[in-house]
Design a protein around this ligand. Structure first.
Ligand code: HEC
Length: 440
């Protein structure tokens, strides 16, 4: 398909942003993980409320329907308020951390987000009608409203999954960096289907666990019968959710490029993350089978809190790994982790990584220049001295020549780093800066 438009060399017109110790991408990761806890519940909870409300009406179970009404209050409060705040938080941090990637994604998927926001408005409106009109609307109309909510919420999941899946793997879609700008790339990329399956499963699973938590707390002193009924009702979504998570994650994993797999196997941290995810998932599955499914009576606040925390940990680990395996790319094959387009690399190596622009007035002092090269070229993944993967310590004790050699072939042993994209002068300044950071 012909590209919708071409990009120009526009990177480096933005200031850098460094979050001390953590590095900026880690701040995104923290906010995103919290957002994911709530946004998956917003989707899965919508589906569960629609299904269960319909079931309660059909079976004429007034007590259960009253409980669902109470749950809807907790659900609407948490998802609408918290979901919106953390969602905006993600926009805020990604725009500051990776202005170039954010700009590229907006240009390409602007209609995706426009559609998404339309669905958010439908979602929020339907959520309020569902809760406030619970007892007033005719039952049939109320059921329709809950389904409108569920569908709108699920479509918003599909849209955003398409975009994050494209960021992870753009293979087969673009011959080179300039062929972006095609909205449909969000849906015809390799990772789209497996990730949609995994996320839909995760949404169901998480929502059912929120219901267990809420019900166990609500009925902690009385009404054990209603608690048991709720727990029994949750066993199907729990099973469906965990099966979809396993299938989606395995499918997604089997499609990873060889280079990514090599990276995972070679990196201790990633190996630990993947093992942790597998271990936690098995543990959660066993707890579901021996708790809600075989012993629904045994589910209490303690059980609900434990399985909830374990699942949130597994989810965080999965999200972290998805972000980590994407390195050195912010957007696969298009934007690199040092905030330039892949196509700019050769040019930059010749003319210099830093350009004298409004935000980057090049300093005369060599150490300051080295510091600025670091902030633009390395600060997305390394703290300088103290904090996450501190580059000054990674080269500690090495000779200047050795450090320069390492940086010259930055992406060679460690393929999760971008290639070195500067001149000899910038390299010299960077090496001096790194070696000045920690003297013992
Ligand atoms: C896109 C992310 C990313 C960027 C940008 C990046 N690195 Fe790295 N770097 C990594 C990863 C991942 C590792 C693996 C080691 C670790 O952190 O545990 C690494 C490892 C290193 C190491 C240790 C490797 C060794 O062979 O000893 C050094 C030194 C290093 N980076 C320096 C730099 C410098 C200098 C820059 C900027 C010019 C830079 N990195 C830019 C991700 C990055």
């Amino acid at each position: 398909m012909a590209p919708a438009f071409h990009f120009h060399f526009i990177s480096m017109h933005y200031p850098w942003w460094y979050v001390p110790v953590l590095t900026a991408p880690m701040l995104i990761a923290f906010i995103a993980v919290i957002h994911v806890f709530v946004s998956h519940y917003a989707v899965g909870g919508g589906i569960l409320l629609a299904l269960e409300n319909q079931f309660a009406v059909k079976t004429g179970d007034k007590d259960y329907r009253d409980y669902l009404h109470r749950h809807a209050r907790f659900f609407v409060l948490l998802t609408v308020a918290f979901g919106a705040i953390t969602g905006v938080g993600i926009w805020w941090t990604i725009a500051l951390t990776s202005p170039l990637a954010t700009e590229m994604l907006i240009r390409t998927f602007v209609f995706g987000w426009a559609i998404e926001w339309v669905f958010f408005i439908i979602e929020v409106t339907a959520a309020f009608i569902m809760y406030y009109q619970w007892t007033r609307l005719p039952e049939k109309t109320h059921i329709i409203i809950t389904w409108i909510y569920a569908l709108a919420a699920w479509i918003s999941l599909v849209l955003i999954t398409g975009i994050t899946a494209f960021m992870l793997d753009s293979r087969g879609l673009i011959a080179d960096w300039s062929e972006t700008g095609n909205f449909w790339h969000a849906f015809f990329n390799i990772q789209f289907l497996p990730q949609t399956v995994a996320r839909t499963g995760g949404a169901l699973l998480l929502a059912a666990l929120y219901v267990l938590l809420h019900a166990a707390w609500t009925f902690r002193n009385n009404n054990g019968g209603l608690l048991e009924k709720t727990v029994r009702r949750m066993s199907k979504p729990l099973i469906a959710g965990i099966v979809m998570v396993f299938a989606g994650v395995a499918w997604s994993f089997s499609l990873l490029p060889d280079a990514t797999l090599l990276n995972i196997e070679r990196t201790v941290f990633l190996t630990i993350l993947f093992t942790l995810f597998a271990g936690l998932s098995v543990l959660v599955t066993l707890m579901i089978v021996f708790g809600p499914i075989f012993n629904p009576k045994s589910v209490n606040v303690g059980f609900a809190v434990s399985i909830f925390i374990l699942s949130l940990t597994a989810l965080s680990v999965a999200e972290f790994s998805r972000e980590a395996v994407r390195k050195p790319w912010i957007v696969d094959r298009i934007v690199l982790g040092n905030q330039i387009y892949a196509s700019e690399v050769t040019e930059r190596q010749k003319t210099g990584f830093l350009t004298d622009t409004y935000f980057t007035k090049l300093p005369k002092d060599k150490l300051q220049l080295g510091g600025m090269v670091f902030m633009y070229h390395c600060n997305n993944c390394h703290a300088p001295d103290r904090g996450l993967s501190p580059a000054g310590l990674l080269v500690y004790g090495e000779s200047k020549e050795k450090v320069k050699d390492k940086i010259r072939s930055l992406n060679v042993p460690v393929s999760s780093m971008p290639p070195w994209c500067g001149t000899e002068n910038e390299l010299d300044a960077l090496a001096d800066y790194l070696l000045s950071l920690r003297k013992i």
